[in-house]
Write a protein of this length. Structure first.
Length: 234
């Protein structure tokens, strides 16, 4: 398995913290939650975490103070303010105290995850954008980093296509990977599976269509355009 971005959520509301941790984990981000600045410090001293999601209204030390302090001691850590407070002054102060991004609750988890992936790419320059297929976890990551859970059939179809990205894989080979005989009905089921998978990808990331193209009379190709690569991890 390749590197997972490690996210720390510092949020005193248990319900909100669980929602963020579980939601971001489901989208392929390794996430741990803490409730206050002291708990956060213990996690940071362990060397865990690359991006911090920080609430403002915390017990004891507030989010503004934490952001300023963390920025001084951990200059490479990404900081995202996530709060119910929307006044312009709060947003400006959050950014001035060291935050890279500022979100107002409630936030769409897919939008937040995409922003975290984008921030991570800026923090780690030179990281290539690529489609990543995690076979062990049945998940496909888009180039922006959004994770898409796969069914067993979807995974079986994608493995040979991603392993040979840029090459045409015959329809018979893909059907064999599915354990199906190469007949008319199996071909129609394959077409239906791919159609549903394309819709699933677009529902997760509307500007990143699945680059699986049909080659008439030959099969299918995983055509990662624009210089984007494709790899199988795990």
């Amino acid at each position: 398995m390749d590197h997972q971005i490690r996210i720390i959520v510092c949020e005193d509301s248990l319900a909100t913290r669980i929602c963020l941790v579980d939601g971001l984990e489901a989208l392929g981000l390794a996430t741990r939650g803490v409730s206050d600045g002291q708990s956060l410090d213990r996690l940071l001293t362990e060397g865990w975490g690359e991006i911090l999601i920080l609430d403002i209204n915390l017990p004891g030390e507030d989010g503004f103070s934490i952001a300023e302090r963390v920025r001084r001691h951990y200059p490479d850590l990404g900081i995202v303010m996530l709060t119910a407070r929307d006044p312009l002054e709060d947003r400006i102060r959050g950014l001035e105290e060291g935050a890279d991004l500022y979100f107002v609750k409630p936030v769409d988890l897919r939008e937040l995850a995409a922003a975290l992936r984008s921030l991570h790419r800026r923090l780690v320059p030179g990281r290539d954008a690529t489609w990543r297929l995690h076979a062990d976890y049945s998940r496909l990551d888009t180039p922006s980093g959004l994770g898409i859970p796969l069914t067993d059939g979807e995974l079986r179809v994608l493995v040979p296509l991603v392993e040979r990205a840029g090459e045409v894989v015959s329809r018979d080979e893909i059907l064999a990977a599915l354990g199906q005989a190469p007949d008319y009905y199996a071909t129609r089921r394959l077409e239906t599976l791919l159609s549903r998978l394309r819709k699933k990808v677009l529902a997760t990331s509307s500007d990143e269509p699945l680059p699986v193209r049909a080659r008439h009379g030959e099969g299918y190709i995983f055509a990662a355009d624009g210089g984007l690569g494709a790899t199988v991890a795990g």
